[in-house]
Design a protein around this ligand. Structure first.
Ligand SMILES: NC(=O)c1ccc[n+]([C@@H]2O[C@H](COP(=O)([O-])OP(=O)(O)OC[C@H]3O[C@@H](n4cnc5c(N)ncnc54)[C@H](OP(=O)(O)O)[C@@H]3O)[C@@H](O)[C@H]2O)c1
Ligand SMILES: *[C@@H]1O[C@H](CO)[C@@H](O)[C@H](O)[C@H]1NC(C)=O
Ligand SMILES: *[C@@H]1O[C@H](CO)[C@@H](O)[C@H](O)[C@H]1NC(C)=O
Ligand SMILES: *[C@@H]1O[C@H](CO)[C@@H](O)[C@H](O)[C@H]1NC(C)=O
Length: 321
């Protein structure tokens, strides 16, 4: 009797876990035939995680892929692996540290001088729940890298992207943007700092930026997309898992249930490739479908105010750049 109960329980748990795993795996982008020959793609943070998996997929489709990474050794290892796995030799590595306005300007100057076109920009790099760190220019690290760094980068590359229209700008956000609010009164997080609140704020800023950019680019042939990639087993948890032993154990079990990096890249690939999205702009996606973001993410006053503040913070339009 006892034995039977045990067997039934084990089977039920196994089936339950298998269903959960299938559910977590999410939707796969089903169009593997669309080619990107002759197109240039730039991906930030492409040396690991979903950025690297995105690079592999787009390289298979024939694109010239620029990996923008802060560590050139890691970038070279990734580029060699991508070339080997795709047979595409047109994989370029360049140094970009999004925590430094100087690095972003040097990087953008190099791209603008040496690339004839830029068809797809993927703002993918991100840092999550780090300690209270500041960027080279004194911004709180998560807001500085995830939002402000990509804000300046995109603006500096915009002429080249417009010249390449129809072209796309994709910004990887997160479902956690729903927990975020833009704390205009303490944007440097000097009065208080909570790692998770600040991460959510930066991911909300990603959605607001993408929507505001779409409005400003209307009629140019450049379209924008933001997205939630899913819950994925990547290095993103590197600061987070240090917080407690219990968290570390939960994460080490959970990693078998959540998306693989390859599964996590699917919505980014969808936004970069899917033909029917050419007529859409400023929207937010998850599991290869449009989703409604949070109320604050749809607030035009907030997105406009964030844009102006971001311009001031990175020194755009005041002769500093
Ligand atoms: N994983 C998830 O469950 C999940 C969920 C929702 C959203 N996201 C979003 O997905 C995106 C990709 O994350 P991931 O999960 O693939 O994480 P990951 O494996 O940690 O990769 C993050 C990438 O960003 C780079 N990066 C970090 N700081 C940088 C800086 N200052 N300058 C340039 N590059 C920098 C990292 O470079 P190094 O390797 O040199 O550190 C790495 O290449 C992020 O925007 C993240 O917010 C992830
Ligand atoms: C591919 O996915 C889309 C939705 O993302 C769906 O409408 C379509 O039927 C799918 N096509 C195939 C061949 O599975
Ligand atoms: C993939 O996209 C191309 C271009 O829009 C289309 O012709 C083709 O039917 C699509 N294939 C699938 C499987 O959806
Ligand atoms: C990848 O590397 C392996 C081992 O070094 C080699 O046998 C294979 O031919 C390479 N594949 C490509 C596409 O270069």
């Amino acid at each position: 009797m006892m034995f039977k109960v045990t067997v039934v329980s084990v089977v039920l748990i196994a089936v339950g876990l298998a269903c959960l795993r299938r559910h977590m795996a999410g939707v796969r982008y089903n169009n593997t035939t669309t080619r990107l020959d002759g197109k240039t793609v730039l991906i930030t943070g492409a040396n690991t995680g979903i950025g690297k998996e995105t690079a592999i997929d787009l390289a298979k489709r024939g694109a010239r892929v620029i990996l923008a990474c802060r560590d050139l050794d890691k970038a070279k290892t990734a580029a060699d692996d991508i070339k080997n796995r795709t047979g595409n030799e047109n994989i370029i590595i360049k140094r970009l540290d999004l925590a430094s306005l100087k690095s972003i300007k040097i990087f953008a100057g190099d791209i603008n001088a040496n690339e004839k076109k830029l068809d797809i920009l993927i703002n993918n790099a991100g840092i999550m729940r780090c300690p209270y760190w500041k960027t080279e220019n004194g911004f709180e690290m998560q807001f500085g890298v995830n939002h402000l760094g990509h804000f300046l980068l995109t603006n500096l590359l915009l002429d080249l992207i417009k010249k390449s229209a129809p072209s796309r700008i994709i910004t990887v956000s997160s479902l956690l943007h729903e927990k975020g609010t833009i704390n205009f009164d303490d944007i440097y997080s000097e009065k208080s700092y909570h790692p998770e609140t600040s991460y959510s704020q930066s991911k909300l800023a990603n959605v607001l930026f993408s929507r505001e950019l779409a409005k400003r680019l209307e009629g140019t042939g450049v379209t924008t997309y933001s997205l939630h990639p899913g819950l994925i087993n990547t290095e993103l948890k590197r600061h987070w898992e240090k917080e407690s032993m219990v968290l570390k154990i939960l994460l080490s079990i959970g990693k078998y249930l959540v998306k693989t990096p390859e599964e996590g890249a699917q919505t980014t690939i969808y936004c970069a490739v899917e033909e029917t999205l050419t007529s859409e702009s400023g929207k937010y996606y998850s599991d290869c479908a449009e989703k409604t973001p949070s109320k604050e993410a749809l607030d035009d006053d907030v997105s406009n105010k964030l844009w102006t503040l971001s311009e001031q913070m990175v020194g755009l339009n005041n002769g500093n750049t």
